[in-house]
Ligand binder design. Structure first.
Ligand SMILES: [Zn+2]
Length: 128
């Protein structure tokens, strides 16, 4: 059985805990774009920063991507479709003035939170 694709994965919770520890407030699974089925895992509504925590398998991480041996063609199409949808979501969000950050599930939550805070800082500095 392949790790579940559901909400609130371990890496996602670790990152949320780290951001909370730093006093950051955000929405979970909020849909930034009306009518678009795109729900980032962590959303900073005021700064307009959307965070996705991407599973290494489901989003084909360059370091840990694997391809199941049975139903290989189906899986290849499925995983390719996931990545294409990711890029489409990024483009839709950015076209609406959002910044998108993607965090791999293998990333250290402290390093990821640093990256997010740099983005938030940059956004706040220019929001003036
Ligand atoms: Zn990975």
């Amino acid at each position: 059985m392949i790790a579940n694709t559901g909400r609130d994965s371990g890496p996602e919770m670790a990152l949320r805990r780290e951001l909370h520890r730093r006093g950051r407030r955000f929405r979970k699974h909020y849909r930034p774009l009306a009518g678009v089925r795109c729900t980032p895992d962590i959303v900073f509504t005021r700064a307009r920063v959307a965070i996705f925590v991407d599973g290494c398998f489901w989003h084909s991480c360059p370091d840990h991507a694997t391809m199941p041996r049975s139903n290989a063609a189906w899986w290849e199409a499925k995983l390719k479709g996931n990545v294409e949808r990711d890029r489409r979501n990024d483009a839709d969000l950015e076209a609406s003035g959002w910044k998108v950050l993607r965090v791999w599930e293998h990333e250290d939550s402290v390093a990821a939170a640093d990256r997010i805070e740099r983005q938030l800082g940059a956004t706040e500095a220019t929001a003036g």
